[in-house]
Design a protein around this ligand. Structure first.
Ligand code: ADP
Length: 315
C-alpha cells in the first residue's frame, strides 16, 4: 500500500518520493495519521477504510478552498485515493509544537477573520444555480444579472466527526441551520434514544433567533482546540475542517465550547472584523449543533447538556 501512496505523491509533485521513514502520529479522533519521509521531504498521511474516501475528498476540497483565500495557513492537500481496503489523504507536513505566544494567537484570530471576509465559494455548476433560483421563485437569468447569488451550504456533503454533515445550498441561513444542522442532528439523536421535549418549539423559533442575515463566509466548521495549532516557527494553522459556507459566528462559537481559545485570539479577530452584539445570544444555538453531534457520537450525558442548552435558549 505504501508503495502505491508514494507513487501517487511522486506523480502529483513531479518529484520522486521513496519512503525511507514512516511513523504513526497520534492525536486524531477518526483516522490513523502517519508522517512519511523520503531523504528530503515529509508528508502527513491519514488512512481509513476505502468506503470513507469521500470524507477525504471533502477534506481535501475544504483545505484547497481555505488555501485559496490566501489568509490563514492550512496544510496544503496533495492527493486522495484508495489502495485495496484503504482510503488515504496526503497533505503537506507541518511541524507543530510552537509554544503559542500571545502574538501567535492574536495572529490566528486576525487570519481567521480574514478568511471569513474572503469571497466564499458559491454553487459551482450553472445548472445547479438555475435550479436553486427557480426553487426560490426567481428567474435564473434575471437574478444572475441583477444580484449576486448568496447561498449557504457547499458543493459536497462532508462529516462532522464521523457524522454526515449535509450542505445542500440554501439561500436562507435560518432555514439552512434549522434543517441541515439542528434538524438533522435531532433526527439522528432520536434514533439513538435521545429525548428533547422542547425540540419542536426550538426549531420553530430559529428563524427569529437567526434573523440577522449574516454575510456568507467560508467557515472551518469544526474549530475546537484540537484543530488549531501553532508551528515551531510561530505560524498559526487550522486543520481537519468540516468546511462549508455559513455564518462566521459558528466558528467563533465553537472555539468557546471546549475550554476556549486564549483571549489574544478574540482580540485579534475583533481587530479585523468585530463580532456583532447579537453573537452572544446566537452562540448557544450554534453550539447546540455540536453537543447534539457529541450525543450522536458518544451518547452519555450530552443529551442532558443539550436539553439544558435548549432551556437556556428558550429562556
Ligand atoms: P483526525 O481526522 O483523525 O481527527 P487530524 O487531522 O485531527 O486527524 O490529525 C491528527 C493529529 O495529527 C493532529 O492533532 C496533529 O497533531 C497531527 N497533524 C494533522 N495534520 C498534520 C499535518 N499536516 N502535519 C503534521 N501533523 C499533522
Amino acid at each position: 500500500m505504501w508503495t502505491e501512496i508514494a507513487a501517487h505523491i511522486s506523480q502529483i509533485t513531479g518529484k520522486t518520493f521513496d519512503i525511507k521513514n514512516r511513523r504513526s502520529v497520534s492525536g486524531g479522533c477518526i483516522n490513523q495519521g502517519y508522517a512519511v519521509s523520503s531523504d528530503t521531504d515529509t508528508y502527513f498521511v491519514k488512512l481509513n477504510r476505502a468506503s470513507q474516501v469521500e470524507m477525504f475528498e471533502a477534506e481535501a476540497l475544504g483545505l484547497k478552498q481555505m488555501l485559496e483565500t490566501q489568509t490563514i495557513r492550512v496544510p496544503k492537500p496533495i492527493g486522495v485515493g484508495t489502495v485495496g481496503d484503504s482510503a488515504y489523504i496526503v497533505m503537506e507536513w507541518l511541524e507543530f509544537g510552537g509554544s503559542g505566544k500571545t502574538q501567535d494567537w492574536e495572529e490566528m484570530g486576525r487570519k481567521l477573520a480574514q478568511m471569513h471576509q474572503a469571497k466564499p465559494p458559491q454553487p459551482n455548476a450553472e445548472l445547479n444555480v438555475g435550479k436553486l433560483l427557480a426553487k426560490r421563485g426567481e428567474s435564473p437569468v434575471e437574478s444572475s444579472k441583477n444580484q449576486p447569488s448568496t447561498f449557504f451550504g457547499w458543493d459536497l456533503n462532508n462529516t462532522i466527526g464521523s457524522t454526515p454533515q449535509i450542505n445542500t445550498w440554501t439561500s436562507d441561513w435560518a432555514a439552512f441551520f434549522t434543517e441541515h444542522r439542528l434538524g438533522y442532528q435531532f433526527t439522528l439523536a432520536q434514533r439513538r434514544g435521545g429525548q428533547f421535549s422542547q425540540q419542536e418549539r426550538l426549531l420553530a423559533l430559529v428563524p427569529r433567533l437567526l434573523k440577522h442575515q449574516p454575510q456568507p463566509s467560508l467557515v472551518h466548521g469544526d474549530l475546537w482546540g484540537g484543530n488549531a495549532a501553532i508551528t515551531k516557527l510561530g505560524e498559526p494553522v487550522i486543520l481537519d475542517p468540516a468546511t462549508y459556507v455559513g455564518d462566521r459566528e459558528v466558528d467563533i462559537a465553537m472555539t468557546e465550547l471546549f475550554g476556549g481559545f486564549p483571549a489574544a485570539f478574540y482580540r485579534g479577530y475583533n481587530q479585523v472584523w468585530p463580532l456583532d452584539d447579537g453573537y452572544t445570544q446566537r452562540k448557544t444555538l450554534y453550539n447546540l449543533y455540536h453537543i447534539l453531534n457529541h450525543f450522536n457520537l458518544f451518547g452519555g450525558g450530552y443529551s442532558s447538556q443539550a436539553n439544558r442548552m435548549i432551556e437556556q435558549i428558550l429562556g
